[in-house]
Design a protein around this ligand. Structure first.
Ligand code: 3PG
Length: 309
């Protein structure tokens, strides 16, 4: 019986990306199974029971999924953030977890500017807005997405600075970006702040009232990272006290309806996380995930492993 690679995506890849994944998997002599737009966890639990490899996006892969997957050897998250996968459980079940860093980062970075221009033009309500040129943007975490944000911001003629304790200053200066070493300065010194921190226990609810109220007049906070990094009550309090501020996000906050009602014209949320939802990003991340799955199953290569063995 050939080994099986299951692609389980509640939010599907573009069809062209699925074709590419299929080619890679079948060329290696493996079978591809697709579970798209599934609506219940039982469907996922059922499908993983015969899978040797699993490719997912933001799909939640918890202990129950690992328990139901006796043949599973590798999970590849086709994307950057792997906060949706229980790494401890994966290790306990002897499963390797990988991500595909950088493969969808330009798509996310482009959406930052889609939302930045929209906010600067007052959500396209017909009134006179502002331009991005000569404004300052602070990039909160200078990973793959942050670096693409910097490149595009420079094209708009913005002044760019970034904060990232894990990134050497030389990497930032080499990209024409001013390193910032103090989080308060990042927020107080930039009209635009773009979030690119992962959701971890340390970052959870770390951006709230104290930071947001430091932003200059008419500040715009852009979140294409994770909703979990925002302290929602604190953000709402900041927006209440500072009617000049705006918040635009690719991840609907838990209190989205309340925010939309309370701050009309000042907040915007995409209906579903769609930063990485382009054909190009789907092809890049999906095919990388397929190649990594095959490389692990065939040769044990785990270059992008993110969990302990
Ligand atoms: C990521 O972490 O790669 C992005 O948030 C994209 O997530 P998605 O694949 O669920 O769109």
């Amino acid at each position: 019986m050939p080994m099986k690679v299951l692609v389980a995506t509640e939010k599907p890849f573009a069809a062209v990306a699925v074709d590419g994944i299929r080619k890679v998997v079948e060329a290696a002599g493996y079978e591809l199974e697709l579970l798209e737009k599934y609506t219940s966890k039982d469907q996922l639990i059922d499908a993983v029971s015969t899978a040797d490899a699993l490719i997912v996006r933001s799909d939640k892969i918890d202990n129950a999924v690992f328990d139901a997957a006796p043949r599973l050897k590798v999970v590849v998250r086709a994307g950057a953030g792997y906060d949706n996968i229980d790494l401890e459980s994966a290790t306990a079940h002897g499963v390797c977890v990988e991500n595909t860093p950088g493969q969808n980062s330009n798509a996310v970075a482009e959406l930052v500017f889609g939302m930045a221009v929209m906010a600067a033009r007052n959500m396209y309500d017909g009134t006179s807005g502002t331009e991005l040129k000569d404004k300052s943007i602070g990039i909160h975490a200078f990973g793959q997405v942050g670096r693409n944000v910097a490149r595009i911001a420079q094209g708009f003629g913005m002044n760019v600075s970034a904060l990232d304790p894990y990134c050497p200053d030389e990497v930032m200066t080499g990209a024409g970006v001013q390193p910032c070493h103090d989080i308060k300065s990042l927020y107080s010194g930039n009209t635009y702040v773009s979030l690119h921190i992962p959701a971890t226990p340390e970052t959870r609810a770390s951006v709230g009232y104290d930071l947001v109220t430091l932003m200059p007049h008419k500040g715009i906070l852009i979140n294409t990272a994770r909703k979990e990094v925002i302290d929602e009550p604190g953000l709402c309090r900041a927006l209440e006290e500072r009617p000049d501020l705006k918040y635009v996000a690719d991840i609907r906050p838990d209190c989205a309806d309340d925010m939309l009602a309370r701050f009309p014209g000042r907040v915007f949320f995409t209906p579903k996380k769609m930063g990485a939802q382009t054909a190009e990003a789907n092809i890049n991340a999906g095919i990388a995930a397929a190649r990594q799955s095959v490389a692990f199953l065939r040769d044990g290569i785990d270059r992008f492993r993110v969990n302990r063995k």
